[in-house]
Design a protein around this ligand. Structure first.
Ligand code: PNW
Length: 485
């Protein structure tokens, strides 16, 4: 946090956009309805042992049927915007550029957009939040096949711009490519579960595949942005960007220069991997040094697509780590810059309290520092915080009444939103919006339904009823105070 004085003076601009975020596979359910095709998450969930509670997004929050209720809730909470994602295989069940479009799938998203606008809520659409059509994975290996994948992604993006662009003015090409690539192609914890670890999967090379997949994602992002800017932006006048995730870092031993350096390297391997490509047209030198030829090189043509391809920077942020450098030379599958991350430092001090998510320990000052780090590195881009939120340790084991009193989450939002306002007020950053993760408790990927991130309790066994928690209303109150009147 800033000083007491700073915290008192922190504010946000009058037109600041705030609301809540979700993602298609995590909330929609209805996976077989109205012609939707399988995504890689549908198939991944069917493999025993991949999801903590053996669940899937089969029903999730049933938002495919309950979107009107969800939007009424957004309105009730005072949200000005709603970030949601498109299930690609709902719109193009087989995914490809020559495959049929499913009009019913498209209609669903048109209805969501219309309902939002009728309630005065601005839609912000993520084209891709991890649910790749399974058919594209089977046909040519998905992200690993640059030529085929690029054409299919651009086709999908064009279908969406054409259908919804007249009404939707904020587009996000990808959610967190770091998760798609590292968790999906190195650790194997996320679909499609590829990894070098043969105990977990017979396929995958974690030393090369994530870097190839990342390169192809970046190029397809650039190509989709080019299509938007050339074919749609002149008449639709919206903006488009990518959302990157990133945790803040502090040195494990603040007196050790090598831990301090490792912090920068960690930020480069997780954020600047994509950020430098987009804002500078190159990969960070630290990555080139460690990965050598395993990190693809941009051709001139590719640089032309990728460099300058963000109208805004979408920032997903949750937590922070202590970073300790390693003395040994990097393993081929190392993806983080040859270092260890810890939740306690050399003195045994914890960076933040525990939550239900092993990777998440709240440390709000880190969010102010990270916003500034990104803003400085990329020359003050327009920024939107596109996700921020927390789980609570043991929340799922509590009674409904207790769950609704989520004071820990209220404090989290208070601290993180204030830290963002401090960055805006004192650090010369251009942050224009904030989407809390998440509107609803939902399918938390490999953690299943045991981990809840919602500001709204979803009673999965009790007819999917929605009960706003204390944090749901607290967010509006926090913004009311911070936004200049
Ligand atoms: C983000 N990690 O994912 C996603 O965009 C959301 O879909 C998700 O529900 C939310 O954060 C909460 O987890 C992440 O292990 C998942 O470091 C895992 C990690 C980071 C982000």
């Amino acid at each position: 946090m800033g000083s007491v004085e700073e915290t008192k003076k922190a504010h946000l601009p009058k037109d600041f956009l705030w609301g809540f975020a979700t993602a298609s596979y995590q909330i929609e359910g209805a996976i077989h309805e109205d012609g939707r095709g399988d995504s890689i998450w549908d198939t991944f969930c069917r493999i025993p042992g991949k999801i903590a509670d053996g669940s899937s997004g089969e029903t999730a929050c049933d938002s495919y049927h309950r979107y009107k209720e969800d939007i009424a809730l957004l309105k009730d909470l005072g949200a000005k915007a709603y970030r949601f994602s498109i299930s690609w295989s709902r719109v193009i069940p087989l995914g490809g550029r020559d495959d049929p479009i499913n009009e019913k799938g498209l209609q669903y998203y048109e209805s969501v957009v219309d309902q939002l606008l009728a309630n005065g809520i601005e839609p912000m659409i993520t084209l891709f939040h991890w649910d790749l059509p399974q058919a594209l994975h089977d046909r040519y290996g998905g992200f690993l096949n640059q030529e085929e994948y690029l054409k299919d992604y651009v086709n999908f993006a064009r279908v969406m711009f054409k259908a919804l662009g007249p009404k939707v003015k904020k587009w996000i090409t990808y959610n967190e490519p770091w998760c798609t690539t590292i968790l999906g192609y190195n650790i194997g914890q996320f679909a499609p579960g590829h990894t070098s670890d043969r105990q977990k999967n017979p396929v995958g090379d974690g030393s090369t595949d994530p870097w190839k997949a990342g390169h192809n994602i970046l190029i397809s992002h650039g190509a989709a942005v080019k299509v938007y800017r050339e074919e749609f932006k002149p008449s639709q006048s919206g903006v488009i960007g990518i959302t990157l995730n990133g945790d803040w870092v502090e040195p494990w031993d603040a007196d050790d220069e090598q831990d301090v350096e490792a912090c920068e390297r960690k930020l480069e391997f997780s954020i600047a991997w994509f950020g430098d490509a987009i804002y500078k047209g190159e990969y960070p030198a630290s990555m080139r040094k460690q990965l050598g030829d395993r990190l693809p090189k941009f051709t001139e043509e590719e640089i032309a697509l990728v460099k300058g391809s963000n109208d805004f920077y979408g920032m997903n942020h949750y937590t922070a780590d202590y970073v300790k450098h390693l003395e040994t030379s990097p393993e081929p599958d190392n993806f983080n810059g040859n270092l260890e991350t810890h939740k306690t430092n050399k003195q045994g001090h914890a960076i933040g309290p525990e939550t239900q998510s092993p990777w998440l320990c709240p440390y709000a000052p880190g969010s102010r520092k990270l916003i500034k780090w990104i803003s400085d590195r990329y020359d003050r881009p327009i920024m939107y915080v596109t996700e921020n939120g927390t789980s609570l340790k043991g929340e799922n084991d509590k009674s409904t009444d207790e769950i609704l009193e989520d004071d820990f989450r209220v404090q989290y939002f208070q601290d993180y939103i204030t830290a963002m306002a401090e960055a805006f007020t004192f650090d010369n950053v251009d942050v224009r919006g904030y989407m809390a993760w998440s509107l609803l408790d939902n399918f938390e990927w490999a953690e299943g339904y045991e981990t809840r991130f919602g500001v709204t309790f979803v009673d999965y066994e009790g007819g999917q009823k929605r009960h706003p928690k204390k944090s749901a209303r607290a967010i509006g109150d926090i913004f009311k105070i911070l936004i200049e009147s």
